[in-house]
Design a protein around this ligand. Structure first.
Ligand code: SF4
Length: 271
């Protein structure tokens, strides 16, 4: 059961520290995908939501016009703290209505989602000259997806959707995020997606928020063999694992003619 509220907002766009963007747009507060590793769950504290993460959604009702001229040449990222294409978007169309304002502009628009609802907006993407649409995933195994991202669409639906968007001539990318040590098989994902993604990004699993014990409990219960590795990375804080993995990924992409960027060090994207 998800508690849904409509809230009127005067502003929908904020400056973002996300390395890929200048501004961020989150058409919703909360996210019914309820990923167990979601860093955005800190929002509950600021919005007085007592529900668990994934159990509420505030729909932003925004009737104003964005100052598109002021955003000229800037990069606007959708979904820095929600999923703009969560399944309520089907009904409310907040994301679609905001996107309409970017048509025929020179604003760089970045969409990132776990949802196949992007297919609905292909007609719109075609009218936004500098748009890129990305899907995030960290496994091809849907049973693991169900454990980590219980409310999010199945992997197969995401892959079919991004394939379709790519086929329609839209710039696409795959965001491997967050990469779970010992679980995320980046080679398998790259091989699966190489024909319909222009770029691959990688982000490591960070365990800094209140979700840390949740993720570590998950590892203890479902992947006990990985406990020594997680202890090494998260308890003793050795970065060696990520240094080596990044090197390995860059080499793999280089050898396979794939474009890639790393978010392992969050202040900037490394290529
Ligand atoms: S889809 Fe993104 S915003 Fe939504 S719960 Fe998962 S990680 Fe958080």
């Amino acid at each position: 059961m998800i508690a849904v509220n409509e809230i009127k907002v005067k502003n929908i766009i904020t400056k973002t520290r996300v390395p890929a963007g200048d501004y961020g747009i989150n058409p919703y507060i909360g996210c019914p995908h309820g990923c167990i590793y979601c860093y955005a769950d800190f929002i509950r504290r600021f919005t007085n939501h007592a529900e668990k993460w994934g159990g509420f959604l505030d729909v932003k009702i925004y009737g104003n016009k964005l100052n598109i001229k002021r955003l000229s040449g800037k990069t606007v990222v959708f979904s820095t703290a929600t999923d703009s294409y969560n399944f309520f978007e089907k009904k409310y169309m907040v994301t679609r209505n905001i996107l309409e304002q970017f048509t025929h502009s020179d604003v760089k628009v970045e969409i990132l989602t776990k949802s196949d609802l992007i297919i609905r907006d292909i007609d719109l993407y075609k009218r936004i000259p500098n748009i890129r649409v990305g899907i995030s995933l960290n496994t091809l195994d849907d049973s693991i997806r169900r454990e980590l991202e219980p409310g999010a669409p199945a992997i197969e639906r995401r892959l079919n959707a991004i394939k379709k968007v790519h086929t329609e001539g839209i710039n696409t990318y795959i965001f491997l995020s967050p990469m779970f040590p010992g679980i995320t098989d980046y080679r398998a994902i790259l091989n699966e997606c190489r024909n319909f993604a222009g770029m691959f990004y990688f982000e490591n699993l960070n365990l800094r928020g209140s979700y840390r014990p949740v993720v570590l409990n998950y590892i203890r219960n479902k992947h006990p063999d990985l406990i020594p590795l997680y202890d090494d990375i998260y308890k003793f804080k050795t970065n060696q694992y990520w240094h080596l993995l990044e090197k390995e990924i860059f080499a793999f992409c280089h050898n396979n003619g794939l474009k890639c960027g790393s978010y392992f060090y969050h202040e900037k994207i490394r290529k």
